[in-house]
Design a protein. Sequence first.
Length: 278
Amino acid sequence: MVTTDTNASQQPFSTLAAFLAGIRIVMVNTTLPANIGSAARAMHTMGLTQLTVVAPKLPIDEDAYAHAAGAKAILDAVTICDTLERALQDCHWVIATSSRQRHIPRPVLSPRQAAELMVTNFQNLGDVMIDSAHPNWQLAIVFGREDRGLTNEELQLADYHIQIPANAEYGVLNVAAAVQVIASVFYETAELALTAKTAAEKSIDLTFRQQWDEPPISNEQRLQLENRLLTLLENLDIYNPAQSKVMPQRINRLLSRLQLDIKEYQLLQATIAKLLKQ
């Protein structure tokens, strides 16, 4: 079923769920229904539910649903509008995607900058939105046509423009891929700011080598060394392939952590070869 009006579900304010519930993905004048379906799938992956399509050239069809995969509910509830103005009429902020500067530019943000700005705006609303007649915030992120993006007139409806960093020689993304990139950044930024997770809790304890005086070994060389070590351990009756399935994983992780250079690799290979001859 396709609806004609969108109302975000009521959510307690200042939560990740409420932040995501207020984000509306707006696709303008789409050519291929498959792109609508793929965008819905990208949204579902990142917890977004509001999808509005402005004057699509073709109706949402079986191809769109096939590309949506598990996001059928988003397509079932999609809002179809005849104009972009109507799609944005109840939004508090509008961000438009654009791959180039225009004659009368708006502030241009990266996805990360836009996400941080909107999370801050969301947090600052607090009690104001809870006590108002419209307790749900609304942010629209507008995506243009597959072949030529948004017009200058459409871009003027936005508060900010957002550009995805890309290859300067070919900075062109499929619209569904652009939805995925931006939605992912917004989700990650909001999750860190609005949940109990701290930066320390989300960080990974990584080991990295700070100084190199020789080139690092290749993945093929690391696997060769892993196999030689396992052979040595088996010969020394330390490792029994039939009894230990974990040992290869531990050796693999150990070598990954060591980050050997080519000279160190050659030294270990020579040492193992010597021990295997004994």
